[in-house]
Design a protein. Structure first.
Ligand code: CP3
Length: 340
């Protein structure tokens, strides 16, 4: 019989103690072994789109820290490349795309040749994953990906995408819908290739006023959930509408995601409230992990006190920062697992 996987159990609504643990962006520049491979690969996208390298980078943090989840090494913007947009990553500068001028600049369906290496990486990872580690796939939320497509980068705080949300809202809806359909297919293909659960990173969900949030976050996410639940009814989906504030509860109900990722601005009383609706994941401030010391110990204890004993996955409230000391991550693992 297969061994139970703690992360998969918690995402399925079971209480697991100690809670399973993984970190958003757990593969990356804070790891010396990542920096070595990144140097060798040349570009960040080469790393993402070479299956053997993507698989190796995915497994690095799992080997070092024994996390309960292995998250595919890729990026939320590979779907933009698959939809025909030229994508580049310049060092220290984040992603660049040529800005969309109309919704018709986007291909109707993703180019399978662009995404094939992603699925191959998942097959490689699944074949060598430790028996109790859960393999996570992911994609960006349709609004967040649309925001990068329309602005071309994150440098302008998505001013143009926000302008479309009010002045060209029908066109934005078309963009978001195309991205949602492509993303649903991409996530389903990740599950076909060996991912056991998936996370939707809607990192910029918190920029939208409630009516726009409903139209550009909730509706397309529900549309993706219909596809995912038809094709993979058993696979848990984690929704992460970062900085959604008081709209988190509505997101949980309206989209039908199985588990809810919380950023660090969500207070623990609100987190407990949300936990009545289903499993929650989060929400240590990544800056506290950089700080370490007594501040880290206190913050971790507060989260565990509030959220353990019900379905819960320990994580950060956003991605780990490149300046995070390895010793602080080791300490976090001991604190969560109860051996500190
Ligand atoms: O979690 C993981 O370890 C899996 C890998 C992963 C990456 N990006 C690798 C990456 C995941 C899950 C992402 C998601 C992602 N990508 C998001 C959503 C999460 C979030 O942070 O809000 C967003 C908005 C992106 C787009 C993106 N990719 C940006 C804005 C940047 C530049 C910022 C940065 O950290 O450099 C990237 C580049 C990127 N994606 C890196 C990594 C490891 C750094 C590239 C490098 O090695 O130089």
């Amino acid at each position: 019989m297969n061994e139970p996987k703690p992360l998969l159990m918690a995402l399925g609504g079971k209480t697991v103690d100690p809670p399973p643990l993984w970190l958003m962006r757990q593969a990356g520049r804070y790891l010396p072994e990542y920096r070595v491979l990144r140097q060798k690969a040349g570009g960040f996208l080469d790393l993402c789109l070479t299956p053997e390298l993507a698989a190796e980078v995915t497994l690095q943090p799992v080997r070092r820290f024994g996390f309960d989840g292995a998250i595919l090494f890729s990026d939320i913007l590979v779907i933009a490349a698959a939809l025909g947009r030229a994508l580049s990553f310049r060092d220290g500068d984040g992603p660049s795309l040529s800005p969309l001028t109309t919704a018709y600049d986007l291909a109707l369906t993703p180019d399978p040749a662009v995404l094939a290496p992603v699925y191959e990486a998942l097959r490689l990872i699944r074949a060598t994953l430790p028996a109790t580690t859960t393999l996570l796939g992911f994609a960006g939320g349709p609004w967040t990906v649309a925001a990068y497509l329309v602005d071309g980068s994150g440098r302008t705080q998505f001013a143009e995408a926000r302008r479309w949300a009010t002045e060209r809202s029908d066109e934005l809806e078309q963009v978001v819908t195309r991205v949602a359909d492509a993303t649903a297919a991409h996530l389903a293909a990740q599950l076909d290739a060996g991912a056991e659960a998936v996370q939707i990173f809607d990192s910029w969900a918190g920029l939208l006023a409630p009516a726009a949030f409903r139209r550009f976050v909730l509706r397309p996410t529900r549309r993706m959930m219909a596809v995912l639940k038809a094709r993979h009814p058993q696979a848990p989906v984690i929704g992460f509408p970062r900085n959604a504030g008081t709209l988190y509860g509505e997101y949980f109900t309206a989209t039908g995601v199985d588990a809810l990722g919380l950023d660090q601005t969500v207070g623990l009383a609100q987190a407990r409230e949300l936990q009545r609706q289903g499993p929650v994941q989060g929400n240590l401030d990544p800056v506290t992990l950089v700080a370490g010391g007594a501040a880290l110990d206190r913050a971790v204890a507060a989260i565990l006190d509030a959220l353990r004993g019900r379905p819960f996955v320990f994580n950060l409230g956003h991605g780990i920062l490149p300046e995070t000391p390895l010793a602080h991550v080791e300490r976090l693992v001991r604190l969560v697992r109860g051996g500190a």
